[in-house]
Ligand binder design. Sequence first.
Ligand code: ATP
Ligand code: MG
Ligand code: MG
Ligand code: MG
Length: 561
Amino acid sequence: MNQILHMSNLYAPTLKEDPSDADIASARLLLRAGMLRKTASGVYTFLPLGWRVLHKIEDIVREEMDAAGAQEILMPALQPAKLWHESGRWDDYGPELMRLTDRHDNEFCLGPTHEELIVDLVRNELRSYKELPVNLYQIQTKYRDEIRPRFGLLRSREFIMKDAYSFNASQESVQETYDAMGEAYKKICDRCGLEWREVEADGGQIGGSVTAEFMALAESGEAELVYCSCGYAADAEAGACLARPTLYEVDAMEKIATPGVHTIAELAAFLDIPESSTVKALSGKDAEGNLVCLFIPGDHELNELKIEGVVPGFALLTDEEMKDFGLCKGSMGPVGLPESARVIACASLQAVPQWVVGANEDGFHYVGARLGQDFSVDEWADLSAVKPGDGCPECGLPLDGARGIEVAQIFQLGDKYSRAMGATFMDEEGNEVPFFMGCYGVGISRTLAAIVEQHNDEHGIMWPPSVAPAQVCVVPLTVGDDEVQPMAEKIARDLAEIGFEVVVDDRDERAGVKFNDADLIGWPVQIVVGKRGLKENKVEVKLRRTGEKKDVSLDTLAELM
Ligand code: ATP
Ligand code: MG
Ligand code: MG
Ligand code: MG
């Protein structure tokens, strides 16, 4: 039988007034409903009811991860800087990384994500292709020194994430795990009662060119997304980050009259690269300081390739210059100067709008032309951002726009981390090869807030039953008597016995106070037990979501539920 909660001894201090610094509905309601308290900017304490909801979400995530073949572990939040130096991210990650030094002057960080730690965990122990794939996950506290912590649990500095990491023997195998994780995430979003969309995304700090985000639709969301009736959907930010420069390049190539190159497939054919290969893009500047992009096909890491082509004065952008050009780090970021990369295509996108396409194996020759048009940095940012109304890249119809909360993201990482950190396995031919990897994150505490963003009204929260702190609240209108309260307790026991989670509001409070709190906290079902009703053997059942009230005979109550 489920444990029965009693409001009289539950630590759930509700607030009558809105807290002054709550800047979004979820934060305001979670604070008012006595589920959450603010400790510092972007740092929160979960009270018993909030913690129960968090556990419900964790359980859903655990069930779906386990069902998809992932295994749970727990890594430390405290991570040695040494590993971050190995991956190069100690310098790349920037001020969002919470850094600290121990008494012996050793540097550490509080993990914002765990690629370094997990690669260190498996290298030297996971040895053979026969042991692969392996997918490990944890549910753990993450730290990010967000520049602007806000919106309560949506953008906090300490938050709870489920992060999974897969080690695979081939690209096909990563694809399989990635797809399985995507399917699991869809189930997680559905089971949490979210209205959501899967969108094309940008790799951001994690890296990786194949990646998707799961967006909970909400007007209050920070993310802008575009979508189309054909099923295409993307994070608009991904456009702004030049995640799909090839599309733009194809347009340009059309303009420079390269016959027959209109689509990515045609571009791939034109450049003589397999269509499935990733085209990595690297942003730099030419001798005149113009933004130049290099497109390098293949599954290679950029720093492993040779620049054979001649791009006079080409230099990588510094972080500051990236910002000046309105670019964000990620797949386009400075990845260390490639000493020797083969330039396949190159386009000068700014000021001197010259488009050039380099050849393949045989070196580099110009086939470009001037477009005769200058772009300012802003114009370029505008051009590259995907906006509602733009043509859908899949079908050409105008894109619709929406706002969303990024609750989860999945990435194919290739060998970015395993190569940098020397994590290899023996393949079928006996060669030592770096692992193919994927990583898959769900913001557990952000999901909690996203649920509240989607499920509330002017009276409070309306929890979907799957994540409610309890599904039923029994409200005796009088307490301490020998009729109403005992009957309320009996109803609670009966319902708990058939599997419901039940709370009894046994506080010696006015009915109005109890009703308001019940609506604020958001129990899906409220059962009001009063003297008058009991005379006719009846109780009142109220559904929080619709507000619908019904008198129900005690004999049929259990069946009705
Ligand atoms: P955002 O774009 O909102 O900054 P992110 O892309 O940096 O998020 P990821 O690195 O993809 O986040 O982390 C995986 C998940 O962790 C996110 O999808 C999100 O649900 C959650 N998350 C990230 N940052 C925060 C934060 N500051 N507070 C709460 N949850 C977060
Ligand atoms: Mg972020
Ligand atoms: Mg993001
Ligand atoms: Mg993300």
